[in-house]
Design a protein around this ligand. Sequence first.
Ligand code: IPM
Ligand code: MG
Length: 347
Amino acid sequence: MKIAVLAGDGIGPEVTREAVRVLEALGLPGLTLAYADVGGVAYKNHGHPLPAQTLEIARNSDGILFGAVGDPTCDNLERRLRPEQAILGLRKELGLFANLRPAKVFAGMEDFSALRPEVAGAIDLLIVRELNGDVYFGEKGIRTLPDGRRQGWDMMAYAEDEVRRIAHVAFKAAQGRKGKLCSVDKANVLETSQVWRDVVCEVAAHYPDVELSHMYVDNAAMQLVRSPGQFDVVVTGNLFGDILSDQASMCVGSIGLLASASLSEGTLGLYEPIHGSAPDIAGKGVANPMATVLSAAMLLRHSLGLEEPAARIEAAVAKALADGVRGADLGGSHGTVQIGDAILERL
Ligand code: IPM
Ligand code: MG
């Protein structure tokens, strides 16, 4: 069992360290860890945000534990050298097309939500975000129009096979949950979304037990704060999924609590907190490592097939929260290592 640990930038190393401590404390036989640079730190050490050796270590692992990438000192580099290209490159190179972003309110945490507690308490949803296509990976450029104005452009496109495979993931996920799937698009305006919607409807024929609905993304953003309890599984494209999952995190109470899995057609997966590198608090020891610890639990479950230790980790995090362990993100004073200790004690 080989886990590649790519801690990356900003708070990435701090939160990843705690997740590694939790993994090591489980004493899983045969577990090995391989570390590699990624993101801005990789650019600084090796001249590229996703060095060839990092990609190889990731490719040869059974699962990748990922911290975060993003470094303001790299924001003026040409785009292909920016830290963000590392995560986009890993997703594309390793065929990690299915991003699972669960959002659930932990018991007793309703008051931390930006929503009223009775609205927040009902949140238990899973966003299934397509990760290999859309405007993220279309042709793009900056050109000068004949009249001299600069124009930025990005091509949005989805081919039917790309939609079909993510739709299957989402329908199967719904079968394992409450059997409800909401597909989010912008089919009233975009042709990309029309193909998306048509293909999702075709795939639905294979899953008569799943109740399918469709929603425009603007309405979905509104419904997510109006009555998030109506959602079970949400499937959407890369760009809309990026936005809605950040929004869902605040409905839950903190972006410091949300884990994610990026899955391929095989068992290889990449697991990361959705919060990013948070450069403003990097190195201060105040970042909440819970999202990364929960990502490690997802790694054990989805890539290594180890349900029991995964559930143990999740229970330890839930217990720590129930016992009042609170990072700064939740208005508390527990630091990164202290939160790690609290989780370890409860493991
Ligand atoms: C995410 C992040 C990334 C994305 C960035 C860092 C490229 O926001 O994983 O949600 O946009 O996918
Ligand atoms: Mg994002």
